[in-house]
Design a protein around this ligand. Sequence first.
Ligand code: IPE
Ligand code: IPE
Ligand code: MG
Length: 258
Amino acid sequence: MKDKRTEADKREQDELKATCHIPGHIAIIMDGNGRWAKEKGLPRVGGHHAGVKSVRDAVEACAELGVNYLTLYAFSTENWGRPKEEVGALMSLLIHSLRKELKTLNDNNIRLHTIGNRDDLPDKVREELEQTIELTRQNTRMTLVLALSYSGRWDLTQAVKHIAEEVAEGRLSPDQIFAETISAHLSTRDIPDPDLMIRTSGEMRISNFLLWQLAYSELYITDCFWPDFRRPHLYEAIRSFSKRERRFGKVSEQLKPV
Ligand code: IPE
Ligand code: IPE
Ligand code: MG
């Protein structure tokens, strides 16, 4: 595998690995493509195209740092309500990018996985996704999870439906339903909860992302628009994460051995 990192980048990654706790799972709300384009006098779609480079950068850098899971919020359930032309352009970009980035995924030993309502996606997108998932199935270094036609409420709704079916069929009794049962019925069932959730473009909201799974994730929100998000921004987010004390409801003294 060819290492495309610069010497300076390698040094920065080594420093990060030596001094920071690298999150096992990073989730990103890639936001601000439209505003980035508007600032430059470009159509919104220009921002989506520019954002592909940021995706490649984040994916490669996370794999290099030893992140196990990277989840990217690429298209929400609510995004179907955008103008037809924008939705169409995003779907075409997705097909094109999957084809183009297959080599990047295999070169970096990254497996592709998706969450979201695949039934809503155009056939061509679904076929391309299935093919890329199949062609990266053996990869073991990192799992890239694309959230497509995804929303937290969709995920919880489909989980509740499946649990209700199991109860109705007598395979599960209501007193056997625990938080773990719900986690096990979500689309993220085999994936640990995110440790760090990054949102670009400064919006202070979750926008129906992983509602259940973000319960104890550390949040990092940057004003940077997604097409401008590069390795140094990611490293800064990891540095910030590393300084946090994750108490999970306990008190500091319980966390540190005295
Ligand atoms: C994020 O950028 C990409 C998607 C939601 C698909 P936006 O398109 O939401 O950009 P802004 O938020 O309008 O700037
Ligand atoms: C969230 O961004 C969805 C994705 C990044 C895919 P939006 O731009 O859709 O969110 P809102 O509308 O600002 O909340
Ligand atoms: Mg947006």
